[in-house]
Design a protein around this ligand. Structure first.
Ligand code: GDP
Length: 323
């Protein structure tokens, strides 16, 4: 059996950048992108799945590079009208984006699963690799902050990550069923590598790991697990990762992210500028430029990550290869 399947665990923006790189160097059937759904929420009566949509738009080449979120060629008539009516306008939904949430919600009400709907939207938008929600069941990230318990989007968008985070929970995770195709992929003899994308560990990757069976499947999987640091030079490229680390009593550093993933990792890709942090880390470290600005950067980093995975000697893996 050829080991050709790559599973990438991803949040939104940072993860989608690497997923795009991977999608450009791997045949579509060899890439499974697993999306965090802990950011999902009901808004204006609609089911919004921000990380799935970021992945879908990015992989389709439809992402809005000016805003850094949402769809390109967007118009805002709905939002302007909602504001004029005194509606809830703190979460910005462009007109084109809105159609996705309306149609997703309609299909969910008809009994289709989030995974089925995501596959169908991806097909229609021309996304070839499979994008799979970690679960079809509701999981909601909630944060205990100095302003009390907050739903994820209240913290992230309405309060722009200002509150100090003390603790996170993934409500519903304990009774959620990991998508069977995820568990199957992680135990497949085809598995070449699992890649933990440069996403926020606390709000993008850990919700995926919190779904029962996923962490165990990663620990037992027959292929190397490689993470890419979302922290470069002690700072997040975007978003609250570094701020959150400090608030949770951790050093905002690439090394601290590796420590957080602990013995899940066989290999770790961190920025060349962070070479000083590599010493003493237990995964095999690859140093590379990890800031993805251009499309070429995304492809180059995707190759680096696959090479790092392929270079893990079987004896160094935490688990014996299955064949
Ligand atoms: P979100 O769900 O939209 O917050 O996105 P993610 O969790 O996937 O990504 C947020 C993380 O991606 C942040 O910690 C960023 O530092 C990281 N990130 C964004 N762009 C890059 C990049 O080009 N390189 C690296 N190494 N990390 C990045």
């Amino acid at each position: 059996m050829t080991r050709d399947l790559v599973v990438a665990l991803s949040g939104g923006i940072g993860g989608a950048k690497l997923a795009l790189g991977l999608s450009r160097i791997l045949p579509a059937e060899n890439l499974l992108v697993v999306a965090n759904t802990g950011d999902d929420f009901e808004h204006l009566g609609l089911h919004v799945s921000p990380d799935i949509d970021t992945l879908m738009y990015t992989l389709a080449g439809l992402d809005n590079t000016e805003l850094g979120w949402g769809r390109r060629d967007e118009s805002w008539s709905f939002m302007e009208t909602l504001t004029a009516l005194g509606g809830e306008d703190w979460f910005r939904l462009g007109d084109r984006d809105l159609a996705v949430h309306v149609e997703r919600t309609r299909r969910l009400r008809l009994g289709q699963t989030l995974a089925e709907i995501t596959s169908e939207f991806c097909r229609r938008l021309g996304v070839h690799p499979r994008v799979l929600p970690m679960t079809d069941d509701p999981v909601r990230t909630r944060l205990h902050t100095d302003e009390g318990w907050l739903d994820f989007q209240d913290y992230f968008v309405r309060l722009q990550c200002r509150p100090t985070v003390r603790e996170l929970v993934f409500a519903g995770a304990e009774s959620a069923l990991a998508h069977p195709d995820l568990l199957e992929a992680l135990s497949s003899a085809r598995l070449r590598a699992v890649i933990i994308c440069p996403s926020n560990p606390f709000i993008s990757v850990e919700p995926i790991l919190a779904v029962p069976g996923v962490r165990q499947a990663l620990s037992a999987c027959p292929a190397p697990v490689v993470a890419v640091s979302p922290i470069i030079g002690g700072r997040a490229v975007k978003g609250p990762t570094a701020k959150m680390m400090t608030e949770l009593g951790l050093q905002p550093s690439a090394a601290a992210v590796a420590a957080r993933y602990g013995d899940l990792l066989d290999a770790y890709v961190m920025d060349v500028g962070d070479a000083g942090e590599a010493e003493g880390l237990s995964p095999i470290v690859t140093l590379a430029p990890t800031l993805m600005t251009s499309l070429a950067d995304r492809e180059v980093l995707a190759r680096v990550v696959l090479d790092a995975a392929d270079a893990v000697p079987p004896a160094r893996r935490r688990r014996a290869p299955s064949s």
